[in-house]
Design a protein around this ligand. Structure first.
Ligand code: PGA
Length: 251
């Protein structure tokens, strides 16, 4: 019912040449994959050459962030219509590294998300608790509050265009993946929050990705969970063989 989405978040890695070579190799490796969607999110500088390298491929391209105004005197920023005009179809919004290092808040997540929807760019809205919050038993409160504030004003009509990524901060880049059961518990909670906001049917159409140390050896068990509809992969998406194995998860 929900087509799985496997997304690679390159973060701030690769030169332009490496980006293009990687993309060409990935496109060759996954040319036969049809039953799941594949997305790569390179640094914005490389959107154009990467999109160009994918003309004959079903692999899609996204950006890692956008600013909420369409245009203006905002040195260093790129807008959702700009990203869309280069061929990007998705945008990662509110990644924990942006919350941690670039003062992203639930309020700015909401502004960016609205800008994405207006520009027909699919937002991947990231939520997740820190280790301290988990240990204090506050995971569901934190995630519920991030969703409530981040998704403010989104209509049920737009809901199916949303993608949510649950990324526990303590699992990102640490090699410590959430167990499939623990991830499913939070994903099921996210689904219930989405039902409360948008109603049953729209909520069932929203894909909820898991992110945080996803690797070839844990993807199968994660994808076997009822409410895990895909993955947002950092480190393991930088290597074509490991990303291919993740894309070809069994299940
Ligand atoms: P990781 O990153 O797979 O390297 O843990 C995931 C992410 O930050 O999206």
């Amino acid at each position: 019912m929900r087509k799985a989405l496997i997304a690679g978040n390159w973060k701030m890695f690769k030169t332009e040449e490496e980006a293009v070579l990687f993309t060409e190799e990935l496109a060759r490796r996954v040319a036969d994959v049809q039953d799941r969607e594949i997305l790569i999110c390179p640094p914005s500088l490389y959107i154009y050459p990467v999109v160009h390298a994918l003309v004959d491929s079903s692999v899609m391209v996204g950006v890692q962030n956008i600013f909420w105004e369409d245009q203006g005197a905002f040195t260093g920023e790129i807008s959702a219509p700009m990203a869309r005009s280069t061929g990007a179809r998705f945008a990662v919004i509110g990644h924990s590294e942006r919350r941690q290092y670039f003062a992203e808040t639930d309020d700015t997540v909401n502004k960016r998300l609205m800008a994405c929807l207006k520009a027909s760019l699919t937002p991947i809205v990231c939520v997740g608790e820190s280790l301290e919050e988990r240990e204090a038993g506050r995971t569901l409160d934190v995630v519920g509050s991030q969703l409530g504030k981040g998704l403010k004003g989104v209509s049920a009509k737009d809901a199916p265009h949303l993608v949510i990524a649950y990324e526990p901060v303590w699992a990102i880049g640490t090699g410590k993946t959430a167990t499939p059961q623990l991830a499913q518990e939070v994903h099921a909670f996210i689904r219930s929050v989405l039902k409360g906001i948008f109603g049953e049917k729209p909520a069932l159409a929203i894909r909820i990705l898991y992110g945080g140390s996803v690797k070839p050896d844990n993807i199968d068990d994660l994808m076997a969970q009822a409410d895990i509809d895909g993955a947002l992969v950092g480190g393991a998406s930088l290597d074509a063989a490991s990303f291919e194995r993740i894309i070809r998860y069994k299940g």
